[in-house]
Design a protein around this ligand. Structure first.
Ligand code: HGY
Ligand code: MN
Ligand code: MN
Length: 419
């Protein structure tokens, strides 16, 4: 590979191979493909292993050295002229929701691979090394909390907590990493990173509605997850008079409606009850226990704090009036994030130089970048998705927009990797 001084001006206008990127996305989408055209690769499942293995093979073919840390985070490293410099990192996640789409997370990973391939195609040597990362269990669908791999890497959670997270069958992150062969020996984090960039679909309707190609992501809203258990008394549906019941389902239902109303009545807030388990879950038994989850988000920390108090109070009132037991456990509490101003400006500049319509945007979704932002200058690049739909098998994005976002990623990585 002939090395070309990276200062050559014409090298500044490299473009990625959008068709190759699309083909990779579709190849990865075959792993865990769902009947309605989505993806199901739950974190650390056999399908997640298959996706990881395919990614590692592609990166090795692109000349990258592979390292895996103790949380199963994968790092594919392309050497730089001065390999002692802290790397410029790109990346996202390969795990999906149970009925997820083909682009959430995967796009940021494979756009990074396309950047590496493009640099290779042109024999472009960066000063600093470039690393492409895959973070473990970003979605939080199988193991809670979400973003646990990047969270441990960034020091938000101790390693022991990360490895001990378990799914509803009692399998732990640590055990599953061993089982699928991704229990690495590298310590998590604690090393300097020059900058981190994550490309991602917006997962919301704004860019598409405003006909913008690039979202210059300035930050992300705050997020709180709760586990709620409502305790009543199992009893016979036919013989128990209505005034003698401790009906955990009726109590939980009132709380779900109240939580939804808090989201709807608090400007800029969103609240969701996504999971529910009923015990004993028999049609002629009054439920004695109901478990459900709450996901509450807001871009402002004080407003999120107020929502926290209101949610706890309203659930306690409902339980008190119905004589029910109530337990609310905090699962995750991540404050609103502001990304690095220089990295954000680099994304904006790259979009302008490429002539892409763009706008600043705050992410409604959480991302690994939100944790990496604690240990490295970080920013994100958004591209539109159809109807703003995500966490849904019909999630869709255009090859043109995906290519544009990847070109912006290429530019900011090349700039950041220059000394
Ligand atoms: O929940 C989120 O915001 C992300 O998709 N894991
Ligand atoms: Mn994601
Ligand atoms: Mn997601």
């Amino acid at each position: 590979m002939t090395v070309v001084k990276q200062k050559d001006q014409h090298m500044r206008n490299l473009s990625v191979d959008g068709a190759r990127l699309w083909d990779c996305l579709m190849e990865m989408a075959k792993i865990g493909a769902t009947p309605k055209g989505g993806s199901r690769r739950l974190a650390l499942s056999n399908l997640d292993r298959e996706g990881r293995d395919l990614f590692v093979r592609w990166c090795r073919e692109a000349g990258c050295a592979i390292r895996v840390d103790r949380m199963g985070n994968i790092f594919a490293r392309r050497p730089g002229r001065d390999d002692g410099l802290p790397p410029v990192m790109m990346g996202s996640h390969l795990d999906t929701q149970p009925s997820g789409g083909r682009f959430d997370g995967v796009y940021g990973v494979l756009a990074g691979l396309e950047v590496v391939r493009t640099l290779n195609d042109h024999g472009y040597e960066t000063d600093a090394p470039v690393e492409l990362s895959v973070w473990t269990n970003e979605e939080g669908a199988r193991f809670a909390p979400s973003m646990i791999g990047s969270g441990v890497f960034a020091g938000a959670y101790p390693l022991e907590k990360g490895l001990a997270c378990s799914d509803t069958d009692g399998r732990t992150v640590g055990g599953e990493l061993q089982r699928i062969g991704y229990a690495g020996d590298e310590e998590c984090g604690g090393r300097p990173i020059r900058a981190f960039f994550e490309a991602h679909i917006e997962q919301g309707p704004i860019l598409e509605a405003e006909d913008k190609t690039i979202g210059v992501v300035t930050g992300a809203q705050g997020l709180r997850w709760y586990d709620v258990t409502v305790g009543g008394t199992d009893s016979h549906a036919g013989t128990t008079p209505m005034d003698r019941r401790r009906d955990a389902m009726a109590g939980a239902a009132g709380m779900v409606v109240a939580v939804e109303r808090i989201g709807r009545e608090t400007p800029a807030a969103v609240t969701t009850v996504g999971m529910m388990r009923v015990a004993p879950n028999s049609r002629n038994v009054i439920p004695g226990e109901v478990f459900f989850t709450i996901d509450a988000r807001h871009p402002d920390a004080a407003a999120l704090e107020t929502m926290d108090t209101t949610i706890r109070d309203v659930c306690a009132d409902i339980a008190g009036q119905a004589g029910l037991a109530l337990k609310i456990s905090d699962v995750t509490d991540t404050a609103p994030v502001v990304f690095d101003a220089e990295c954000v400006a680099a994304v904006r500049r790259a979009a302008e130089q490429a002539g892409y319509a763009h706008r600043d945007i705050v992410s409604g979704a959480g991302h690994d970048a939100c944790f990496i932002n604690r240990v490295a200058p970080t920013a994100m690049i958004f591209v539109p998705c159809k109807d703003g739909v995500s966490h849904n098998e019909t999630e869709s994005a255009t090859p043109e927009d995906l290519t544009a976002g990847c070109n912006v990623l290429l530019r900011v990585v090349m700039d950041a990797a220059e000394v």
